[in-house]
Design a protein around this ligand. Structure first.
Ligand code: GUN
Ligand code: ZN
Length: 432
């Protein structure tokens, strides 16, 4: 058995903080330690109580140790689309994104991009992500092969898209079904990999393909389902033209059996009363993608309105519509989006959201997103003084929430000192 003790300041959420003064929602230890045994968390406590219990000790003081960040919506084949100028959703897809995704039919290209994609996740402290791969099986193989090499708990799947996309980027209802089935058999549950069935969005699937996606979902109830919903006004109007029989956008997915507690609905911005009620009833999860929603001019997510209905939303980068791999940058932009709506994102809830909250949206709270004993040892080490501007601001920070707010407002990959995946340092900065 390999044992490691990580020493530092420890922050771990037990449940969602209800407000700035909800001290019982989390554990905070000033001189704490995490005991890791064979990739799992065995104990968390004061350093004084755990010292000497492991073969190796790594001292991360004065840094902060939390569960690794979780990104609940990102596009693997868009690593070279991020930062493409001047368009809103549909033009952006047609001008930049679709042409780029055609390149992922090439297994060598996909493999090279996978290495770089995972390097970025690790650099930014993200230890689990839910990714859309391209329509090609090769892209999914590249994605999960690289994830397995790093032993990361990753979720992903091939996008299903059989219309309104260029040559080289369309499957058919049958081939999409067959390829997804084969990929599920190959990858789902292998090591830490989990498969998500991924009808890209209503516009790029025929009703026949959505039927096939619904069949896949019924046959594989333990797979996630990821898609996009009500991101952009033109997208919504086009969807209504394509599906005149549907009551609204959500109904396109609902009538094909694609809504349930394992469903992740990227964006979910412009929802009707009926759609919000149906999301609540089915237990599906909207995913807030603030950097993308601002970059593509899509709109302002209604976090408070959804929460008031008991809906559990995720938060995510949506690279390459999103403009940063960093969940800290994502929180910063999310805070500003909610300010524009007159809503508040408190730093305690913000850090809960990118860890345990996203794990909850994924139904994986028992495995990731926390430092509780029995969890997988995915851990991030954060330096609140990583830049001179942060260090200067930190001179005046007196409380943990203040420190977290500095991290979420000013932090990025420079604040991520180390990223542990199943107990192993991956970023390469761990002090021996
Ligand atoms: N809707 C359908 N595909 C995409 C995509 O790749 N990015 C975003 N932001 N929205 C989408
Ligand atoms: Zn997306």
């Amino acid at each position: 058995m390999t044992t490691t003790l990580l020493r530092g300041r420890i922050l771990d959420f037990r449940r969602e903080p209800q407000g700035p003064d909800d001290h019982d929602s989390h554990l905070y230890l000033e001189d704490g330690a995490i005991l890791v045994a064979d990739g799992m968390i065995e104990a968390v406590g004061d350093y004084a109580d755990l010292r000497g219990r492991a073969e190796t000790e790594i001292d991360h003081r004065p840094h902060l140790l939390t569960a690794g960040f979780i990104d609940t919506h990102i596009h693997f084949p868009q690593v070279q689309v991020i930062a493409s100028w001047g368009a809103q959703l549909l033009d952006w897809l047609n001008s930049y994104t679709f042409p780029e995704e055609t390149r992922f039919a090439d297994a060598d290209h996909a493999a090279r991009m996978a290495t770089r994609f995972f390097d970025e996740l690790i650099a930014h402290g993200t230890t689990t992500a839910v990714a859309f791969c391209s329509v090609h099986r090769e892209s999914v193989d590249a994605y999960f092969t690289e994830a397995a090499r790093r032993n990361m708990r990753m979720i992903g799947g091939k996008v299903l898209m059989d219309r309104n996309a260029p040559d080289g980027l369309r499957d058919t209802p049958q081939s999409g079904y067959d390829d997804s089935r084969a990929l599920i058999a190959e990858w789902h549950g292998k090591g830490r990999a989990l498969y998500s069935i991924a009808p890209r969005f209503a516009i790029t699937s025929t009703p026949k393909q959505l039927d096939a996606a619904g069949t896949l979902a019924a046959e594989h109830p333990d797979c996630h389902i990821e898609t996009h919903l009500s991101e952009n006004r033109d997208e919504i109007a086009f969807t209504a033209e394509l599906f005149p029989e549907a009551r609204d956008y959500l109904d396109v997915y609902e009538r094909h059996g694609l809504l349930g507690p394992k469903t992740l609905l990227g964006h979910s911005i412009h929802l009707s009363e009926r759609e919000a009620a149906a999301i609540a009833e089915t237990g599906a999860h909207p995913v807030f993608c603030p950097t993308s929603n601002l970059f593509l001019g899509s709109g302002l997510f209604d976090d408070e309105g959804l929460r008031a209905r008991g809906i559990v939303s995720g938060i995510a980068t949506d690279v390459g519509g999103g403009t940063s791999y960093s969940m800290l940058r994502t929180l910063d932009e999310g805070y500003k989006v909610l300010q524009l709506r007159g809503q508040k994102l408190h730093p305690l809830r913000a850090f809960y959201w990118i860890t345990r909250g996203n794990a909850r949206a994924l139904g994986l709270e028992d495995r990731i997103g926390t430092l509780e004993p029995g969890s997988e040892a995915d851990i991030v080490v954060l330096d609140s003084r990583a830049t001179s501007a942060m260090a200067l601001r930190m001179e005046r920070a007196e409380t943990l929430p203040e420190e977290l707010f500095v991290l979420q407002t000013l932090g990025d990959d420079r604040a991520v000192v180390e990223t542990y995946v199943a107990g192993k340092p991956q970023k390469g900065n761990a002090a021996a």
